[in-house]
Structure formats: structure tokens, C-alpha cells
Design a protein around this ligand. Structure first.
Ligand code: NAD
Length: 390
């Protein structure tokens, strides 16, 4: 079996799918690993390091993609500068494992199915105990939560910690985290380590204890409807519940120095939780870091990839945060991939074996043998086609 690691071509993507340590583990197991020349450069992993780990360095991407039994990537396949689509560069029947954003960009699943690619979407790994080591959404979200706090702290014209100095006492910064999933919990922990006073809110009441155990205060909002969907994710709530939430958090936003928003509902536009009126009420110099910027943003003023100024408040629409910590983001992602790939290697003859009776393989595989296998992806595609016809 031949596993290939592609060089990411998306602008701003600095991560690489496998790091040399993980390559060495696969090679030791008898797997052949090919790495595209320069694939690890932007994450500071040199071709020489991959070669030393036992990989073959391949300069021609066309050759690497076509020869791969399993192609590993970080981001959604792209159109290349020479006009070729990466999906077309794969051989029929090959396995592709990557973040594929199949609910946001379902058209890609259609093309992968047409090409008879067995595509595994890292977003679709179940959030179960057995799949924890493969949970790339978590490994990358945790990095985003950490980095969001550092960005907020750097933009704030104040200290984070309380300080008692000869020149007077500095009060600690107040940080409000909205959405206490994986990113939000890491943001709480990071802001606490920097000495801020932290409050947090989530629509799922079950996270209250986790928030408190990290030393933050949980902001309670009474919502009279079910807020949790299958798999522990948040549900899209009614307009009434959204309004109720906005009213309840307005006072906390107003009093905060830094607001970090991380609220997301899988496959949906991010809910607007921080309105223009709330931003207008914030103190000049305050900062909003919006981790949901790529999904439309949790703040009404957010522009993805930009810093926006409103009455002295800076609203930062962060994108690509895991990519800004490329060494550790790649290291953790590579371990996630390794754990998943292990499920596909026949222990006896080291051949590729897709066992759809395994719940992880079944859930993560979105296309196989010319079919789209995932009902949510099918629904997303039907909606897209409906919009196109309408
Ligand atoms: P996510 O990125 O989908 O969303 C981030 C947070 O935003 C979530 O906590 C969500 O509840 C919150 N949110 C959504 N709408 C909101 C609103 N209107 N107001 C306030 N907050 C809102 O979430 P995630 O970090 O990917 O985690 C999703 C779930 O998966 C959680 O239950 C988490 O505990 C669970 N999880 C389980 C495992 C495991 O068991 N292996 C691993 C990771 C995550």
C-alpha cells in the first residue's frame, strides 16, 4: 500500500498532513510513504527530515496523486493554477482522507463520487471515546481557542493579569467566552493562565461544570427549548431563543475587555450573538475575537480575515488559526490521521481494507464506489441543487 502526502496549495494553509515522526511509524509497519517535495516547508518539516524517516520525496504532484492508494491532505481539494482540479488528479478507487467540508461545500462530494473515490472526511469522525485519537476537529479547535486568546491579549491596550506595582494596582482584564465547546474551553484555560477574570456562556447547559472547573463563571440563560442535537452538538435554536440569549449576554459583553466567540452549529451559518448595538456599548479599546468568522461570524460587525474598528472597539474576524501554529497543528493532525489509517491496514498482508462494519469507517466515509454514503451530505447537496434551480 502506498500512502501519499500532498503539498497544500491553498493560500494561507501552512499545515501538512503527516510529520516525519508519523511517517517513520508507518514505514516501520511496512507501508510505503510518498511525500510531495516541499509539503512540510511551511510547517518547518524539511524534505530531508521526511527522507530520513523513510519517505520517498516526489517532485511531480501529478505522479504523486495518481499513484497514491491513500492520499492524505489537510484542506479541501482545490483547483490548481494549471486549471487541473485536485479531485481529477486521483486515480479511480483511491482513498482520500482530509478535511472536506462536505456540509458546507457538498458539490465536492458529488465530484468525488463521480470519480469513484473513497473519500473520508475528518469532520465526520464521530465524537465518541473510541474515535477520540482521530478527532481532528478537536485537535485543531483547541489550537484555535488558544491562539484566539493570544490575539485578543495582543490587541488589547491593557494587561491581562492583576498586578500590584509601586506605580499602582492594575485590575485584571475581563474576558467573556461565548460557546464553550473544544475551542471555547481551551480559550477559557488560556485566558485564566494569563490572569484574566473569565466568564463563559454556552447554549448547552451541560458545559456549566466544565466551565466552572476551569475557574470561569458560567453565565446562565433560561431557554425553554431543547438546545442539544445528536452527537452532543448544539441545535439551531428558534429566533425567540436567540433573542433571549442576546438580551441575557448583552450586559456581560458590555463589561468585558475581550469577547471571544466560538459558537457554531454544524452545517449551518454561525448564530449572531453579539449585535451592532452590543458592540456600540463596549468600552473603547475592547476587543472581539470571532472564531466563527469563516461561518459568517457570531458578531454582526465581523468581516472574515479582517480587523474592523467600531467606536474604538476592534473586531477581529480570525481565519486559519490552526494554520498559524503549523508545527503542533500538523503534529496533532498527523496523529489523528495515523489512528484512522491504522483502521484501514490489514494486519496480515498490510493491504488496504475498508471495513464498513466499523462505525468510525462507516461514519467518516462520505463517498465510496460511485455513491454519496452520508445522508446529511446528500441533503446538503439536494439543497444546493434546489437553490441552483430556483
Ligand atoms: P462546535 O464547534 O460545533 O460549537 C462550539 C460551541 O458553540 C458548542 O459548545 C456549542 O454548544 C456552542 N453554541 C452553538 N450555538 C450556540 C448559541 N446560539 N449560543 C451559545 N453557544 C452556542 O462544538 P465542538 O467544540 O465541536 O463540540 C461539539 C460537541 O462535541 C460538544 O458536546 C463536545 O463536548 C463534544 N465533543 C465530544 C468529544 C468526545 O466525546 N470524543 C470530543 C470533542 C467534542
Amino acid at each position: 500500500m502506498k500512502i501519499a502526502v500532498a503539498k497544500e496549495i491553498e493560500v494561507g494553509e501552512r499545515r501538512v498532513a503527516l510529520v516525519p515522526d508519523v511517517v517513520a511509524r508507518l514505514v516501520k509497519q511496512g507501508v510505503e510513504v510518498w511525500v510531495e517535495a516541499g509539503a512540510g516547508d511551511r510547517a518547518f518539516f524539511s524534505d530531508a527530515a521526511y527522507e530520513a524517516a523513510g519517505a520517498k520525496i516526489v517532485s511531480d504532484p501529478g505522479y504523486l496523486w495518481w499513484e497514491a492508494d491513500v492520499l492524505l491532505k489537510v484542506g479541501v481539494p482545490q483547483e490548481r493554477e494549471d486549471g487541473r482540479s485536485e479531485v481529477e488528479m486521483l486515480r479511480e478507487g483511491a482513498v482520500l482522507i482530509s478535511f472536506l467540508n462536505p456540509l458546507g461545500e457538498p458539490a465536492i462530494a458529488k465530484r468525488l463520487a463521480e470519480r469513484r473515490i473513497s473519500a473520508f472526511s475528518m469532520e465526520m469522525i464521530p465524537r465518541t471515546t473510541r474515535a477520540q485519537s482521530m478527532d481532528a476537529l478537536s485537535s485543531q479547535a483547541s489550537i484555535a481557542g488558544y491562539k484566539a486568546v493570544l490575539i485578543g491579549a495582543a490587541a488589547l491596550p491593557k494587561y491581562f493579569p492583576m498586578l500590584t506595582t509601586a506605580a499602582g494596582t492594575i485590575a485584571p482584564a475581563k474576558v467573556f467566552i461565548i460557546g464553550a465547546g473544544v475551542a471555547g474551553l481551551q480559550a477559557i484555560a488560556t485566558a485564566r493562565r494569563l490572569g484574566a477574570v473569565v466568564e463563559a456562556f454556552d447554549i448547552r447547559p451541560a458545559v456549566k461544570e466544565e466551565v466552572q472547573s476551569l475557574g470561569a463563571k458560567f453565565v446562565e440563560v433560561q431557554i425553554e427549548e431543547e438546545t442539544v442535537a445528536a452527537g452532543g452538538y448544539a441545535k439551531e435554536v428558534s429566533e425567540t431563543a436567540k433573542q433571549r440569549t442576546q438580551e441575557a449576554i448583552a450586559e456581560h459583553v458590555k463589561l468585558s475587555d475581550v469577547v471571544i466567540t466560538t459558537a457554531q452549529v454544524p452545517g449551518r451559518k454561525a448564530p449572531i450573538l453579539v449585535t451592532e448595538e452590543m458592540v456600540a456599548q463596549m468600552k473603547p479599546g475592547s476587543v472581539v475575537v470571532d472564531l466563527a468568522a469563516e461561518q459568517g461570524g457570531n458578531c454582526a460587525c465581523t468581516e472574515p480575515g479582517k480587523d474592523v474598528q467600531r467606536n474604538g472597539v476592534t473586531i477581529i474576524g480570525t481565519i486559519d488559526l490552526p494554520s498559524s501554529v503549523p508545527i503542533h497543528a500538523s503534529q496533532l493532525y498527523a496523529k489523528n490521521l495515523l489512528s484512522l489509517v491504522q483502521l484501514m491496514i490489514n494486519k496480515e498482508d498490510k493491504s488496504l481494507q475498508l471495513n464498513f462494519e466499523d462505525d468510525i469507517i462507516d461514519a467518516a466515509c462520505i463517498t465510496h464506489a460511485g455513491e454519496i454514503r452520508n445522508s446529511r451530505v446528500k441533503e446538503a447537496l439536494a439543497t444546493l441543487v434546489g437553490i441552483g434551480n430556483g
